[in-house]
Write a protein that binds this ligand. Structure first.
Ligand SMILES: *[C@@H]1O[C@H](CO)[C@@H](O)[C@H](O)[C@H]1NC(C)=O
Ligand SMILES: *[C@@H]1O[C@H](CO)[C@@H](O)[C@H](O)[C@H]1NC(C)=O
Ligand SMILES: *[C@@H]1O[C@H](CO)[C@@H](O)[C@H](O)[C@H]1NC(C)=O
Ligand SMILES: *[C@@H]1O[C@H](CO)[C@@H](O)[C@H](O)[C@H]1NC(C)=O
Ligand SMILES: *[C@@H]1O[C@H](CO)[C@@H](O)[C@H](O)[C@H]1NC(C)=O
Ligand SMILES: *[C@@H]1O[C@H](CO)[C@@H](O)[C@H](O)[C@H]1NC(C)=O
Length: 283
């Protein structure tokens, strides 16, 4: 009897896990690049009706490469995702693989649940300057005629000169600290820009309650509702604690397998505070 019970138990566990992984919190990837999983998700063309992941963290594949496109419609290749340290390594699509990149914009963090990694450093570019202090060398490949361009570690611009007033544009570009030195910047900035930069992610505001209840957060595009994918395979609104708004589809199956449901409940409350979920464990 015990043997039958435990194999039934194993079977229902499998059922729950495969449902959660196959249809919702699954792992995806483009031809190249890192595994894409929670809190990121892969959008195939248009976003799916519902997904497991942060709303802002949908990725697409572009010619086999994963791309993150934060508003206002900028494009960054996703070079790597570190699911342990919660960081994402990005490279601006506009300036990838260029021998003389002309950076156009800084990364717009805005209200995204992202912050700059301590591994980063900012470069400050001044384009099309009509004059400059003596002894400062310009970036040759970004200068033409009377107008020259310059790059500094941000905050380390030559003092006593009004860069903003003498140059047509100032663009801040984030790179990795270990890619540049203050003496070699002129030869290093192209390579550094091509290596990109790292951002750390934090729990999205909308998802705090769900993750605090050991669930994985998602979104129903049709109803504009926050979803919480729970360890027991159910999908609830907002968090895994409440009874209200339960969207469990497995319930009937569990009732049908009789005592197993109770056993499962026991089992999941016994492992209660474990913050990793079945989705993560399965992947
Ligand atoms: C996480 O960060 C630490 C410290 O920066 C680093 O030593 C470690 O390799 C990182 N983990 C992964 C999986 O990259
Ligand atoms: C950049 O150049 C490398 C080496 O030539 C190549 O493998 C890679 O596909 C290029 N990346 C893009 C996005 O064009
Ligand atoms: C780089 O600039 C961004 C704003 O563009 C800022 O949020 C970040 O703190 C800066 N990083 C460093 C290391 O100064
Ligand atoms: C400098 O200005 C000219 C004319 O507006 C423009 O074509 C060129 O791209 C600018 N150079 C840089 C590095 O922004
Ligand atoms: C600023 O520039 C000077 C040389 O011009 C260099 O010695 C110094 O290390 C730089 N500081 C930073 C923070 O890069
Ligand atoms: C999302 O909303 C649609 C429309 O109400 C509904 O049919 C679907 O079951 C919902 N999905 C989830 C996981 O709640």
């Amino acid at each position: 009897m015990l043997k039958l019970l435990s194999s039934l138990f194993a079977l229902s566990l499998f059922f729950i896990n495969s449902r959660a992984t196959d249809s919702t919190c699954h792992t995806d990837r483009c031809t190249n690049g890192p595994e894409i999983r929670y809190p990121f998700w892969l959008s195939h063309g248009s976003p799916p009706e519902e997904y497991c992941g942060y709303r802002e963290f949908g990725l697409i594949c572009d010619n086999g490469n994963p791309v993150f496109s934060p508003p206002p419609g900028l494009w960054y290749y996703v070079k790597d995702i570190d699911y342990v340290n919660h960081s994402i390594h990005l490279v601006d699509v506009d300036t990838v693989n260029q021998t003389c990149p002309r950076a156009l914009h800084k990364f717009p963090i805005g209200s995204l649940p992202l912050s700059h990694s301590p591994l980063n450093l900012n470069l400050s570019f001044y384009y099309n300057c009509s004059s400059h202090p003596s002894g400062v060398s310009s970036i040759r490949c970004l200068s033409s005629g009377l107008y020259e361009s310059f790059v500094f570690f941000m905050g380390n611009e030559t003092k006593g000169f009004q860069w903003d007033q003498n140059c047509k544009e100032n663009v801040i570009v984030t790179v990795l600290k270990d890619q540049v030195t203050s003496n070699g910047l002129m030869n290093q900035f192209a390579g550094a820009i091509n290596e990109g930069f790292v951002l750390d992610w934090q729990t999205a505001n909308d998802c705090k309650e769900c993750e605090a209840s050991a669930g994985l957060c998602g979104y129903n595009v049709t109803t504009k509702e926050i979803l919480c994918y729970c360890k027991d395979g159910s999908i609830k609104s907002n968090d895994c604690k409440g009874g209200g708004g339960s969207l469990e589809k497995l319930h009937i199956g569990l009732i049908a397998t009789g005592g197993i449901g109770a056993l499962l409940t026991f089992k999941s409350s016994a492992s209660g505070q474990d913050s990793s979920s079945s989705c993560i464990l399965k992947n």
